[in-house]
Design a protein. Structure first.
Length: 268
């Protein structure tokens, strides 16, 4: 049984809280200064507080989950490091704030697990990548994985420098997919479909294809080949999408590198 305090009940924090409310073996507390967000959090059954000062006397957390805006993360670490149990640790889902910056604000040494989730957390289908500090124990890592896997799939990296690439691929990735849906829908409209049907075709095609890619044992390249008949309609389209130096792979590569560079800039 763990005492978990969630700091911040905005979109990402609430997505986690909704799933954690199903855990009967953890005690949950939520600190959220916004009254409306706090009221929404209270509907999950969690104990809610407007600030750390309102927490019970002698409160100690086994894990403090930071789900705030990046600009207040340092203050949160400084305030809540005094409220951690001896083996307590931080999980941060705040974008762009490195482990070193967080550790520098702690009042005492504490393990920190930096995480990058993405927006499908809202439907418990997130991709969450975590990087643990060197102080993190196997037990702390296991607890983090238990909590985070409730909103999606969890992976770990040991090199924090990779978090910029993670941000560029899966953190920003949903926007790339949404834009692809937009583009496919618009192409359908321009080719004669009405907007409602074009959007349905685009959404369901992306959803079904992604689900097939997850469940299939074959790699995506093989699945693509299975759809592509020689000299057929799909082959004609792929000749455009896979053109050397101009196609989708090239554009996605350029886009990911641009996002990665910006992630590095924001974190420095």
């Amino acid at each position: 049984m763990a005492h978990v305090v969630l700091i911040g009940a905005g979109n990402m924090g609430f997505a986690m809280l909704r799933m954690w409310s199903r855990f009967e073996h953890h005690h949950l507390a939520v600190v959220e200064p916004n009254a409306a967000l706090r009221a929404r959090a209270a509907e999950t059954g969690a104990r809610t507080y407007a600030s750390a000062d309102d927490l019970p006397v002698a409160f100690q957390a086994d894990v403090a989950v930071i789900a705030t805006k990046p600009q207040v993360v340092g203050d949160v670490v400084e305030r809540y490091s005094a409220l951690l149990a001896d083996s307590g640790f931080f999980i941060s889902v705040a974008a762009g704030i490195g482990i070193g910056k967080m550790a520098s604000r702690a009042r005492r040494p504490a393990a920190i697990i930096r995480c990058m989730p993405n927006t499908p957390a809202a439907i418990a289908e997130a991709m969450i990548v975590c990087c643990p500090s060197t102080e993190t124990t196997s037990g702390q890592r296991a607890l983090a994985e238990e909590l985070l896997s409730s909103i999606g799939r969890v992976a770990f990296v040991d090199d924090e420098a990779l978090m910029d690439t993670v941000t560029a691929v899966s953190g920003s990735g949903p926007a790339y997919v949404f834009h692809f849906i937009e583009a496919l829908c618009q192409a359908g409209i321009e080719a004669g479909l009405d907007e409602e049907l074009a959007l349905l075709l685009a959404k369901q095609t992306v959803f079904g294809s992604a689900k097939l890619a997850i469940e299939a044992t074959e790699p995506p390249a093989t699945l693509r080949e299975q759809v592509t008949s020689p000299n057929g309609t799909t082959a004609a389209a792929l000749d455009v999408l896979m053109e050397d130096g101009k196609g989708l792979r090239h554009l996605i590569g350029v886009a990911v590198q641009a996002a990665r560079r910006r992630s590095v800039e924001l974190g420095s």
